[in-house]
Design a protein around this ligand. Structure first.
Ligand code: TYM
Length: 338
């Protein structure tokens, strides 16, 4: 008997250039995971519509993200790579799950509340509010067991689990209950100038963020300007309360060098902050250079990217149809599925 591998699903919104936060928080694990699970890696373009702004060239952002997936080692022979809007079943399941989700539970989502509090977006669209239900559709459509994400998506995942359990309670075994995979280290990379706030690709202050395709000069400048602290004499150690900036820089360095933070603390003992920053900038540049080179290779081959997206969508649709068929039948829909 063939033992099927558990299904793993993850996605990124192509709502701007991807950051080292996206990479360290989740994407750095994706290529290894392909060897152990049946992986689906999605580009969540429908989610990006919730914060749509005319300056984002949608098609270009999707192609950039796809090229970055490949540059980060995602192999279309091993994983299904696809674009959310190419698989219409996501929206079909989305509507059904809307009808099994509660206004109250969506109102409690902190990410949504933060966005309205800060008046981050002038006019709040309903899509931003119901956004986690589309995430539920993405995940549940494939009977996913594991979902690698950063810390900021944890609450959304809890909601997805609640929706799935509710449907299972009402209709029997419809969905696999997914589990979040959140790594202990690097699951919340913070902003460089405001190290108590998450690094985000949509940050209006680009000095807060290092992009995966950042130029050498600006890597050095942004890291040089990163907020530290005024402890005298200066000392490099991890302490989120007292040393948010230094702790964040240590987290970044640890992720890209694969060295434990405790090891780095000893290695960097006695050096000045400016020297520490130089080391990080140098390491970051060396780390990001091959990703950038590989990105350019794929990005200049649009027909290959289109082929990957086309074939990925075909494979994803086949799997998605099975779940959609299942839920239609549980709901006793008059369905033309056979
Ligand atoms: P998005 O595009 O905001 O982020 C993509 C992934 O990167 C993680 N991440 C971070 N991790 C650590 N530090 C940071 N500063 C940081 N910033 C982002 C996120 O936690 C996420 O894992 N709604 C999702 C996309 C999505 C999705 C899904 C994810 C759509 N459907 C289904 C998983 C499963 C989002 O906006 O991620």
């Amino acid at each position: 008997m063939i033992k099927l591998k558990p299904i793993l699903f993850s996605a990124v919104q192509p709502s701007g250039q991807l950051t080292i936060g996206n990479y360290i928080g989740t994407m750095r694990h994706w290529s290894n995971l392909q060897n152990h699970y049946q992986c689906l890696y999605c580009i969540a373009d429908l989610h990006a519509l919730t914060t749509f702004n005319k300056e984002i060239f949608f098609k270009e952002s999707v192609l950039d993200t796809l090229a970055l997936y490949l540059a980060c080692g995602i192999d279309p022979e091993k994983s299904i790579i696809f674009i959310q809007s190419h698989v219409h079943q996501h929206c079909q399941l989305n509507w059904i799950l809307n009808c099994f989700s509660h206004f109250g539970e969506l109102s409690r989502m902190t990410q949504f509340k933060t966005k309205i509090d800060k008046n981050y977006i002038k006019k709040i669209n309903v899509g931003l509010f119901t956004y986690p239900i589309l995430m539920a559709s993405d995940i549940l459509l494939y009977q996913t067991t594991f979902v690698p994400i950063g810390q900021d998506q944890k609450q959304h995942l809890e909601l997805v689990r609640d929706i799935a359990k509710r449907c299972n309670f009402l209709y029997g075994n419809v969905f696999t209950i997914p589990k979040p995979c959140i790594h202990q280290s690097g699951s919340k990379i913070m902003s460089l100038l405001e190290p108590t706030k998450k690094m985000s690709k949509s940050d209006l202050n680009k000095n807060n963020v290092i992009f995966l395709l950042e130029q050498k000069k600006s890597i050095f400048l942004k890291i040089k300007n990163a907020v530290t602290d005024s402890e005298k004499p200066s000392k490099i150690y991890y302490n989120l309360q007292k040393k948010a900036g230094i702790s964040n820089l240590l987290e970044i360095l640890s992720a890209i060098t694969n060295k434990e933070i405790t090891f780095l603390e000893k290695e960097l003992d006695g050096i000045m902050y400016s020297e520490f920053k130089n080391i990080i900038a140098e390491e970051l540049y060396n780390f990001l250079s091959p990703i950038k080179e590989s990105f350019l290779y794929y990005r200049n081959n649009t027909s290959y990217l289109e082929k990957v997206a086309y074939e990925g969508a075909l494979k994803a649709r086949l799997q998605a149809d099975l779940t959609l068929h299942k839920i239609y039948s549980k709901l006793n829909f008059f369905s033309s599925f056979k």
